[in-house]
Design a protein around this ligand. Structure first.
Ligand SMILES: CC(C)(COP(=O)(O)OP(=O)(O)OC[C@H]1O[C@@H](n2cnc3c(N)ncnc32)[C@H](O)[C@@H]1OP(=O)(O)O)[C@@H](O)C(=O)NCCC(=O)NCCS
Length: 138
């Protein structure tokens, strides 16, 4: 059975392996505030939702290769929307994927985490967009 839930400490090793396999690992990554999709005790998707005073910041969204394209990431992110009451910002090089979930391209605000800390291998700063999603009542 597929479930979406907040990660626990016991999940850290699987989350780490998933992120490393997808080249989403970076040196300053802290394994806090992850949400996961789990099927038969295996973590098949993960996303990190960090809370700041005025917004959330979404990062490290990844799905194991065998399950990509089956809607898991969209379902996981839609599930996160039910748990937040503030804007969600993110940086991404695949804005098209996030646009379909309701994110819009925006200028970064000064209080966002710096792009410099995300030195993942596939990151192309010139193609990196800042996006925001707003809950209906904000
Ligand atoms: C991007 C990613 C999280 C999407 O997860 P997913 O579970 O496959 O996504 P979903 O099944 O919910 O949605 C699939 C749709 O997203 C689109 N999509 C997937 N990867 C994409 C990409 N790199 N660029 C643009 N669109 C993409 C697919 O074309 C598909 O569209 P379709 O339904 O019209 O065919 C997943 O492919 C992944 O883990 N990629 C590697 C890590 C990564 O790039 N993470 C994003 C960092 S910002």
């Amino acid at each position: 059975m597929l479930t979406f839930r907040k990660a626990e400490e016991k999940d850290n090793e699987q989350i780490l392996q998933l992120l490393k396999a997808l080249d989403l690992y970076y040196a300053k990554l802290s394994l806090i505030n992850f949400w996961v999709a789990e099927e038969n005790k295996k973590i098949i998707a993960a996303a990190q939702l960090l809370e700041y005073p005025d917004f959330f910041f979404l990062g490290s969204v990844g799905v194991i290769p065998e399950e990509q394209g089956t809607g898991i990431a969209s379902d996981l992110i839609n599930d996160l929307f039910d748990n937040v009451n503030k804007k969600i910002y993110l940086y991404t090089i695949i804005p098209g994927f996030f646009e379909r979930l309701g994110f819009k391209i925006t200028d970064p605000i000064p209080t966002l985490p710096s792009k410099d800390q995300y030195e993942c291998a596939s990151c192309h700063s010139e193609r990196c967009a800042c996006m925001v999603w707003e809950p209906n009542d904000s």
